[in-house]
Design a protein around this ligand. Structure first.
Ligand SMILES: Cc1cc2nc3c(=O)[nH]c(=O)nc-3n(C[C@H](O)[C@H](O)[C@H](O)COP(=O)(O)O)c2cc1C
Length: 331
């Protein structure tokens, strides 16, 4: 295992932008992950997106070999559910240890469970958390990195402001830190770095792409949806999550049923009926104004990021030194 900060240094050298394309249920598969890696950022997908374990056994060598052939080995990550109700944990971990993704993102539970086996092959475990308290627990459990999901994220969302969340966590953690939640632009990536994050995590911005496994109807809805049409509810999965109002309306939710908390259960994620028609997106949905390939989005972010950095040189140089003015006034 490289030391924590050396992983950040390695990624800073290898990536085109400090960016992870976040894993999304039913949306990210090999095509999206490979396109992200080829474009020069890290792509990730959740294991349950492979409907059968045999599908996962086919996806992993495909991703590893296509990225290696493109000269971008190791430019991918995988997301596994560690919640005790999730039945495929052991089978997925066996495959992960065989194909050795560089980063394993654990969601919905302690990162402790898969840690030793992932460290044994040289991989790093990043824990997805939504509060400073969860961050402390993940660090105590041995996580190598943290993903802070702040308010405004698509899918399962945090509730805390990115400003406060990164600030509090940086008070006790100087290891790798990824910030997600409502980041959809180069300005957002730059802001995440200014707050103290090493990398940005973007999900919503990459849904309206040909590589995402969603319907054209879902892509079109993203293009016409604005932040005020994003609804946070526990009625779909039992966990606070953000969805496009239009899809909730179509699925028959009412203001009353949106208030009802569903029981949390990850024992049958292969039953995807609900998610097929209720479509997640976060507050950054307004950054999607057309359907674009992953490479085009990354190129645009790279161009905008360059312009931002160039503009910083001619920006007002704070802080102003006012001491001479006080002296002038005194005289
Ligand atoms: C439709 C959708 C599905 C998601 N599914 C998952 C998932 O299966 N596992 C996971 O760890 N995160 C999931 N996420 C959360 C993302 O990984 C990430 O935290 C989030 O998209 C970041 O916020 P943003 O959407 O504002 O960019 C999902 C997000 C969306 C939009």
């Amino acid at each position: 295992m490289p030391s924590n900060r050396s992983l950040v240094d390695d990624l800073n050298r290898e990536l085109r932008l400090p960016l992870f394309v976040a894993p999304m249920f039913l949306i990210s598969g090999p095509e999206l992950v490979i396109a992200a890696g080829k474009a020069g950022v890290i792509g990730a997908f959740p294991c349950p997106n492979a409907r059968m374990i045999e599908d996962l056994a086919a996806w992993l060598p495909q991703i590893a070999s296509e990225l290696a052939a493109a000269g971008r080995p190791g430019m991918w990550a995988i997301n596994m559910i560690v919640h005790p109700t999730y039945p495929r944990f052991d089978a997925e971990l066996d495959l992960i240890c065989e194909y050795k993704p560089r980063i394993v993102v654990t969601a919905l539970g302690s990162p402790r469970r898969p840690l030793d086996r992932i460290h044994a092959y040289g991989g790093a475990v990043f824990s997805d958390v939504i509060s400073a308290q969860q961050a402390r627990k993940a660090i105590d459990a041995g996580a190598d990195g943290l993903i802070l999901v702040a308010t405004g994220a698509g899918g399962h969302t945090g509730q805390y402001s990115a400003f406060a969340l990164v600030e509090e966590v940086r008070g006790f953690w100087d290891g790798p830190l990824i910030l997600g939640g409502a980041i959809g632009s180069a300005r957002g990536i730059r802001a995440a770095q200014a707050l103290g994050a090493d990398f940005a995590y973007m999900g919503t911005r990459f849904i309206a792409t040909p590589e995402a496994t969603v319907s054209d109807d879902n892509r079109d809805m993203l293009v016409r949806t604005g932040m005020e049409d994003i609804v946070t509810t526990m009625a779909v999965t039992g966990i606070p999550s953000n969805w496009m109002r239009e899809s909730l309306d179509r699925a028959g939710f009412t203001p009353e049923t949106l208030e009802v908390k569903k029981k949390i259960d990850f024992s049958n994620l292969q039953d995807t009926k609900a998610w097929k028609h209720i479509w997640g997106a976060g507050h950054a949905v307004g950054t999607t104004r057309l359907v674009q390939p992953v490479a085009a989005i990354v190129d645009e972010l790279v161009r905008d990021y360059r312009q931002l950095v160039a503009a910083e040189a001619s920006a007002p140089q704070w802080p102003n030194d006012l001491s001479h003015k006080l002296e002038d006034n005194a005289a």
